[in-house]
Design a protein around this ligand. Structure first.
Ligand code: PLP
Length: 422
């Protein structure tokens, strides 16, 4: 699905989402404008949770909040019983400010500063996923300070270890994280992960509960998951045999793909759940381990297709024999993905019925960089200044990676539902 569930067109060709005409939204809030559809968010949240809990009740969804951490969005997910994965003190602060229960929050990050670890402990974050040896030592020192005496004496910090299974996946190198050459996780093929377990086992204030990994994002096939899950579970068996610690929480991370153009198909939560659950079930039985809690962390799939980015066309420049540049009033500061990893998008005119698509154009932004291009090539009806251009699948990894480059303000964000925009 490319567009939000509630997308339709009026007789005069105006695109509407959640019962709101995009022309009205542009007039009220200005452009660039990001429009999230509440119905799509609710529907997606229900779909993912049902896909897992329907197959394996002891499973849990934690939204990969880095995809987009809008307070209204994470509250919708929390109401659907979805937890949250954060990667920094800033994300944790935003989540707490939105009223998210800290016990449902998992804290990630490959280099968490001590101050942010302390904040996570003080706020009662549910699980800390450690990613390097220095962090384990730092966490133990902070926990000793907080729980070595006083009313919380003896409290243990629940931790999981992020593993790097060294498994290749089919996605862009910049969003591939479980490969051998990665900054994330403890390598499983050398002693690093075993040393990490030893440090936690010897600590006074840390309790090893989980194993985590995340192979990459925008995964369009799940072939690598069973192999990586087998490595993870085999490691849990080694932990049991060597340290007599039972791992109770297992996570294969997130990565479910979405479609950005008509030519792409999005990942199917049911298929994803099927692969993950059957891989864990057979690996647990092979290694004679008790079934644990499975925690999955989809980010992009939950929010990406729920939002549309809306721009106003400012100029149409036809360079004879070369190409036509259509420049819009946003660009790389609200969407760095095309520049960062060659992401492709599609678009439509939102303010009128277009005639037949006749002209191949490049959609450029308004920032002072030649690389500020949103869509390299797209065939659209002839565009004129003032047209509104809508780009779908805009909900994930756009606004959170945004900047104020060229001292440009950030776009407004609205949530639409039943004809109301908030
Ligand atoms: N979990 C972890 C640890 C991640 O690093 C990421 C993304 O980078 C996610 C979950 C979410 O991934 P996606 O948005 O591809 O589902």
């Amino acid at each position: 699905m490319l567009w939000p569930d509630t997308t339709s067109r009026t007789d005069s060709g105006i695109l509407t989402i959640g019962g709101c005409a995009l022309t009205d939204l542009a007039a009220t809030f200005g452009t660039p404008l990001y429009i999230f559809d509440e119905a799509t968010l609710v529907h997606r949240a229900e779909h993912v949770t049902a896909a897992f809990s329907g197959r394996y009740p002891n499973s849990h969804v934690a939204y990969g909040g880095k995809a987009y951490l809008g307070p209204a969005v994470i509250r919708i997910f929390a109401r659907a019983g979805i937890g949250l994965d954060v990667v920094s003190g800033g994300e944790l602060w935003a989540a707490l400010k939105a009223g998210i229960n800290p016990a449902t929050i998992v804290m990630h990050g490959n280099n968490k500063p001590a101050a942010e670890l302390r904040m996570a402990l003080e706020q009662g974050v549910g699980l800390i996923v450690v990613d390097n040896a220095e962090e384990i030592a730092s966490l133990e020192a902070i926990a000793a300070d907080l729980y070595g005496q006083g009313p919380l004496i003896g409290t243990k910090v629940p931790v999981a270890i992020r593993l790097n299974p060294g498994v290749d996946v089919h996605t862009h190198a910049k969003i591939s994280t479980g490969i051998v050459d990665s900054k994330f996780g403890f390598p499983l093929w050398d002693p690093s992960a075993q040393v990490a377990v030893g440090m936690i086992a010897a600590s006074n204030h840390l309790s090893l509960q989980g194993l985590h990994m995340h192979l990459g994002s925008q995964l369009d096939e799940y072939n690598s998951l069973p192999e990586a899950i087998e490595h993870q579970v085999a490691f849990a068996a080694w932990i049991r045999d060597t340290h007599h610690i039972d791992i109770t929480t297992y996570s294969p991370g997130g990565g479910l793909a979405i479609a950005y153009t008509e030519a792409e198909t999005e990942g199917d939560p049911d298929e994803w759940a099927e692969v993950i659950i059957s891989a864990y079930t057979s690996a647990w039985s092979k290694h004679n381990l008790a079934p644990g809690t499975i925690v999955v962390e989809p980010g992009r799939w939950l929010v990406g297709p729920a939002a549309v980015a809306l721009y106003t066309v400012g100029s149409v420049k036809r360079i004879e024999g070369v190409r036509t540049y259509v420049a819009v009033d946003g660009g790389m500061a609200d969407n760095i993905r095309p520049g960062m990893y060659d992401a492709r998008y599609t678009a439509t005119i939102a303010s009128r019925h277009g005639s037949e698509p006749t002209e191949e154009v490049r959609i450029a932004g308004r920032f002072c960089e030649s690389g500020d291009v949103l869509i390299q090539e797209i065939t659209l009806p002839a565009m004129v200044p003032g047209d509104l251009l809508a780009i779908p699948a805009a909900g994930a990894y756009q606004l959170p990676m945004g900047s104020n480059y060229n001292a440009m303000p950030r776009p407004a964000v609205v949530m639409v539902h039943d004809g109301q925009a908030t």
